[in-house]
Write a protein that binds this ligand. Structure first.
Ligand code: ADP
Length: 481
């Protein structure tokens, strides 16, 4: 319980929830559901206000024009006692809850329905402008909730302006309706927020479920359950995810299998010479009288087995070193490849001579390139040694060098026994030896080509083999410059 509380705290304090898909779906559904309604309600209330004010203005405008006409017709500017006009003024002010002031051309208020400003002068800007330009002016004071309208009183015969009518109409009723509308919209929005929040929680939970199922199934696979549980009928995305995971699991399994195979191979290969040594030593011990020659012969065999063991250990160590250096930068230096090949051929000359094998170096285009000399010459030496080892008496080995602007190639061809096509894909595997029958005649660990391939790959290069049993083998190494 305490653990869960801590987790939730950590979740909130570090804002980790922002990265959660569930939270994002929740937020999106909320936004899509709520935001448009908020905007719409604001627009609705705003447009109601505008529409109602416009309507009221045009209504009042019409009344004012009719009134202004009557004011002139009944000479009201000279006789404010006219009952008909006064009744009309009262009616208009009552209906619209407003105030009307009649101002003559001297800017004197001759009638105020509130009787406050009567007899005073009104020198407001709009009034003067209306008198001068004969134009009606209307304003809406949103803050104080009223409409102000200034209408010219025109002599319909002469066309002269004789005064103005200043009408103020309250829009309090509109504001009140707007308030009521606003409260109703708020209730509606609160209900909507509750509904949308509930829907968001449910939808986000539902949408996220396949991902949770897949991650649960993944952790079960990790704990050792079968991988079949992963194939749940879900989204395309989770299907892709589980496929990728299954692929990774099978790759890991392959890796684990090959690691186990490697370990068992190593133990087997290391055991073979030791078993031979043990057999040789035992048979020596079991004999009562051992002649010096037999003793020496057995000891020579034991020394040979020790050499074999030593070679396997050395090769293994080289492989481990190469594996370790994968990913770390190579110890590159500028190397004249032709000179490097000459050195290699010189070093293998003695073993080639034993079989009467001719070594040929053919340089088509020389090249100087930044490579890891130790590793690359190791790779080439292994292949050249193989070309000698698996060759016929008085055969030949030809090493050629050629270069292109972006890479150079080293080709090692021999006139040897060749490699059957079905074996060619396996020869780079660790401990793999073709045709176990001749592997007893010819010494080897089955690690040489694995080492060569690793060294070439460390240079981002490629290695390939072409061979025909009985006519020879060609290894091509391609290294980018
Ligand atoms: P080994 O220590 O057995 O030589 P390698 O990894 O160097 O191990 O080679 C693997 C196998 O490939 C060898 O056992 C051999 O059968 C075969 N092979 C390699 N190079 C040649 C070659 N030039 N001609 C024929 N067979 C070859």
């Amino acid at each position: 319980m305490l653990d869960t509380t801590l987790k939730i705290k950590n979740y909130i304090v570090n804002f980790r929830f922002l990265r959660s898909l569930r939270f994002r779906i929740f937020a999106i559904v909320c936004l899509v559901g709520i935001l448009p309604c908020f905007i719409l309600s604001e627009l609705l209330i705003g447009s109601y206000e505008k529409h109602a004010v416009d309507h009221r203005m045009s209504e009042v405008q019409h009344q004012c024009t009719v009134l202004a006409d009557h004011l002139f017709t009944y000479d009201y500017l000279y006789d404010t006692g006219n009952d008909i006009v006064n009744t009309e003024l009262d009616e208009v002010t009552n209906i619209y809850d407003g105030r009307i002031m009649i101002i003559d051309s001297e800017l004197r208020v001759i009638k105020d329905t509130y009787s406050i400003s009567q007899g005073k002068y009104m020198i407001a800007d709009e009034v003067v402008r209306c008198l001068n330009n004969k134009e009606s002016i209307s304003n809406y004071d949103e803050r104080n909730n009223y409409i102000e309208m200034i209408t010219p009183i025109v002599d319909s015969e002469e066309g002269d302006i004789v005064g103005v009518m200043l009408t103020s109409v309250s829009t309090e009723a509109i504001a009140a309706t707007q308030r009521v509308l606003g409260i109703r919209v708020q209730y509606f929005l609160i209900a909507l927020v509750v509904i949308v929040l509930t829907i968001s929680v449910i939808v986000s939970k539902m949408l996220i479920r396949p991902f949770l199922n897949v991650s649960l199934a993944m952790s079960e696979v990790r704990e050792g359950f079968t991988a079949d549980r992963l194939m749940l009928p879900n989204y395309l995305e989770t299907e892709v995810l589980s496929e990728a995971f299954l692929h990774m699991v099978s790759e890991l399994k392959k890796l684990e299998d090959s690691r186990q195979e490697f370990v068992s191979n190593v133990s087997h290969e290391l055991k073979t010479p030791i078993t031979s040594i043990k057999v040789l030593a035992d048979s020596l011990n079991m004999q009562e009288e051992v002649s010096n020659e037999t003793y020496r012969e057995f000891m020579q065999d034991i020394a040979l087995e020790v050499d074999k063991e030593n070679k396997i250990i050395n090769d293994l160590m080289t492989l481990v070193k190469l594996d370790k250096s994968a990913g770390t930068p190579l110890n590159r230096e500028s190397v004249n490849i032709e000179e490097m090949l000459e050195e290699i051929l010189k070093s293998v000359h003695p073993i080639a001579d034993q079989k009467g094998i001719e070594l040929i170096l053919e340089v088509i285009r020389p090249v100087v390139c930044a490579v890891d000399q130790v590793k690359l010459s190791f790779a080439v030496t292994n292949i050249v040694e193989n070309a000698i080892k698996y060759n016929i008496e008085k055969g030949w080995v030809r090493v050629s060098l050629d270069s292109e602007p972006s890479f150079f190639t080293i080709v090692i061809a021999d006139s040897g026994i060749g490699i059957p096509e079905e074996e060619q894909t396996h020869i780079f595997e660790r401990f793999y030896r073709v045709d176990k029958s001749h592997s007893t005649e010819i010494d080897g660990t089955g690690l040489g080509l694995a080492i060569s391939r690793d060294a070439v790959l460390l240079h981002n290069g490629a290695i390939k083999v072409e061979s025909e049993p009985g006519s020879g083998t060609v290894f091509t190494i391609k290294i980018p410059r």
